[in-house]
Structures are given as C-alpha cells and as structure tokens.
Design a protein around this ligand. Structure first.
Ligand code: UD1
Ligand code: UDP
Length: 354
C-alpha cells in the first residue's frame, strides 16, 4: 500500500508514530507535516523522542485564521496525493490538519482513513467538533477508540468500513510510560522527588481567550498548597501576558515551556491530580489512574467521567477547589478504550480492506 499520512499538531505526532511503526515494515508511507505546529517544543522534540523519521514534506503553513490555514494545507496536500499516487490518506484526530486532509482526499481517487472517528462533544462551537464531524462523514475507513464512538457513527448512518480498534493513544502511552520511567529526569529537574504536586495544562481558546475564565482557573491553582507544574502552550503564555496575569503565574506556579512527551508522561504518572482542558491529557490521566479535573463543560471522552476518574468543572473556581480537595479516583477497572494494541489492528484492517 502507498499511504500518505498527514500530521500537523502535537497530539497527532503522539498518535501517528505508533501506527507508522506497524505500517512501515510492510508498506510505503509518505509522512506529511502540515506545519500547523512549528515551535521546537510543539513539534521537533516529538520527532526526536519518538524516533519518528523526518517528515517527507513539511508544508510550513504556520499559524493563520482557520480558513487560510486549512485552505493552504488543502492546496499542498492535493498536489502531494497526486504526485505520490497514494492508495490511502491516513489522518488523525480533529485538528485543522485533519480536516484539510479529509477534504482534499475525499474529492480525489484515494481512500481516506480516519483514526479517532466517532468522538463527539456535541458542542459545535468547538472548531474540533466541526473538524470531527466533517472528517467522519468524508472518510471511507473509520477507526473508533470505543464502542460508544462506533454507536455514534451508526446513529449518523456511517456503518461501512468502521472498526472499533481501541485508542492508539493507549498504545503510545504504554510505550512512553515504560521509557519515561527509565529515562526522564523531570522530577529531579523540577525538585519534585517524593513531593506532592499538581500538573496543569490549559490551551482551549474558550479558556485562554477570556480573562475571566483564565483568571478563575488560575486562582484555585495558586491557592493550593502544593507546587503546580504548568507547561504553557504558546497561546496560553501569550494570553497570560495580554491579561497581565503572566507575572503572577510565573511567581506562583512552576511555569515552564511545553514539555517533551516522555517528561510529560512521567509528570502525569506521578502527579497527585491533573487539571486540564486537553482531550489527550484526560485520557492519559485515566490510563495512568491519576485523578483528572477537566476545565470544560463537556467532554468527548465521557467514559473517563463515568468511570469516576475525571470530573468536569468548567472554569468555575469553586468547583475546581472542591475537586482539588476531593479528587475523582477511578472506581472500576473498566477499559473502554481497548487493550493497547490499536496500531496493529489498524494496519491489519487497512490490509484487509484493500
Ligand atoms: C491546535 C488544535 C487543537 C489541539 C491543539 C493541540 C485546531 C483548530 N486546533 O490548537 O484541536 O488541541 O492544536 O495542541 O486545529 N503557536 C505557536 N507556535 C506553534 C503553534 C502555535 O506559537 O508552534 C501559537 C500561535 O500564536 C497560534 C496559536 O498558538 O496562533 C494557536 O495555534 P493553532 O495551531 O491554531 O491552534 P492550537 O491552539 O495549537
Ligand atoms: N503533551 C506533551 N507536553 C506537554 C503537554 C502535552 O507532550 O507539555 C502531550 C500529552 O501527553 C498528550 C498530547 O500532548 O499526548 C496532548 O496534546 P494537547 O493537549 O496539545 O492536545 P489535545 O489532546 O487537547 O488535542
């Protein structure tokens, strides 16, 4: 098979590398990085750590409005799909890079496969929700991370070539957790050995681009007696500065640049509690049995809440405080996201469906 894989943002590097490792021994893969993320800490570090081969192409689109960013990716992807005469375009998740791959491929003579299909937050104000729905409806082959996602696709009349393979991020996490336990020195580096601490990430525009919400999230973190490690996405650092909150955050939190995957996984595994608005981090917390407080009103990963490992608190300071005092611990051994072998199931299914 000639596969053209499209990635562009941090979580996609984490999802794609584990599938590439299964795919490459038997098939030709052309790896295209759209350049949606371009900072060293959001991009190159993942390629180095995860042993991902250099992308065959980096489209270098950078940061733009949604339409400009997506359109530029589509133009370049269309050319590459033609040039390589790809049999299949493989895309991941719900970013603008995912949508660009979906729209470009679905109008060409090539199959489109979507990994992480069927997820819904049911909040159409999130750009990611629009990207997910459109990508699922444009895809020929869909891989869901859970039974619920498979059922959701059925409700939307998408039933052909759908496979529930489990979550590829579970595969990645299992690999990284073992490696990080041996290699990462982040706890020593941050003076956190045998110390209780919180880990927090915030990057959703709904939280970062609103002073009240960002302030309401920061207050309970600053009040907590435990150190708080806060790896700040560039968007978040910029907005902290814009709202005059940066100095306070620097003084009161352990504010660091975005971390590499291995260091971040190690921090997640050892944290008392994780506070986040990230999709991927909610799940990784769940896999690692670390309590998670989610700074959103809804989630596309409801199984983590049902298993009582995650609580949704929005940007409500009081609810965050309460959850920090009485964090959610998973009460069951439920494994809604498969067995950690999603990548090999994906490659097997792609071969079967050719
Ligand atoms: C994107 C995805 C989001 C995903 C996140 C993962 C979309 C619509 N959003 O959000 O679903 O959860 O990636 O981290 O696809 N910036 C830099 N350096 C970079 C990249 C971005 O400084 O390398 C800054 C720029 O100011 C940019 C802003 O961050 O305008 C937002 O970047 P963008 O890629 O548009 O969205 P993310 O918030 O990263
Ligand atoms: N991550 C990381 N370093 C960080 C923060 C997150 O390596 O400083 C990883 C995290 O382990 C997960 C992924 O990035 O695998 C999640 O990405 P992000 O939160 O940016 O996006 P989302 O999952 O919300 O789309």
């Amino acid at each position: 098979m000639n596969v053209l894989t499209v990635v562009g943002a941090r979580p996609q590097f984490v999802k794609a590398f584990i599938v590439s490792r299964e795919l490459r021994p038997q098939h030709n893969e052309v790896l295209v990085h759209t350049g949606q993320h371009y900072d060293e800490e959001l991009s190159d570090i993942f390629f180095d750590e995860l042993g991902i081969p250099e992308p065959d192409h980096n489209l270098g689109v950078g940061s733009e409005s949604h339409a400009k960013q997506t359109a530029q990716m589509m133009v370049d992807l269309e050319e590459l799909i033609s040039e390589y005469q790809s049999d299949l375009v493989l895309c991941y998740g719900d970013t603008n890079s995912t949508l660009a791959a979906a729209i470009a491929a679905s109008k060409m003579d090539v199959q489109l496969a979507h990994v992480e299909a069927g997820l819904r937050s049911f909040n159409r104000n999130m750009p990611e929700e629009v990207n997910r729905v459109l990508t699922d409806h444009a895809s020929n082959i869909l891989f869901t991370p859970s039974e619920r996602a498979l059922e959701q696709l059925k409700k939307e009349d998408i039933t052909d070539n759908v496979r529930n393979v489990g979550d590829v991020m579970y595969d990645s996490l299992l690999w990284a957790h073992e490696k990080a336990s041996k290699q990462s020195t982040i706890l020593e580096d941050l003076n956190l050995i045998n110390t209780d601490y919180l880990l927090a990430t915030v990057h959703r525009p709904r939280n970062t681009d609103n002073r009240d919400r960002l302030g309401a999230i920061l207050s309970p973190l600053i009040e907590d007696r435990r150190p708080v490690v806060f790896p700040a996405h560039p968007r978040t650092r910029e907005q902290l500065s814009h709202y005059d909150l940066l100095k306070k955050a620097k003084d009161e939190l352990i504010l660091v640049d975005p971390l590499g995957y291995l260091d971040f996984v190690k921090l997640q595994a050892k944290a008392n509690v994780i506070v986040t608005d990230s999709g991927g981090v909610q799940k990784e917390a769940f896999f690692l049995s670390t309590p998670c407080i989610t700074l959103r009103e809804e989630t596309e990963w409801p199984e983590t809440v049902e298993a009582r490992g995650n609580i949704l608190v929005g940007a409500n300071s009081e609810l965050i405080r309460e959850a920090l005092l009485d964090p959610p611990y998973p009460e069951s051994d439920a494994q809604p996201y498969g067995d950690g072998a999603a990548a090999s199931k994906i490659v097997q299914a792609l071969e079967d469906l050719q």
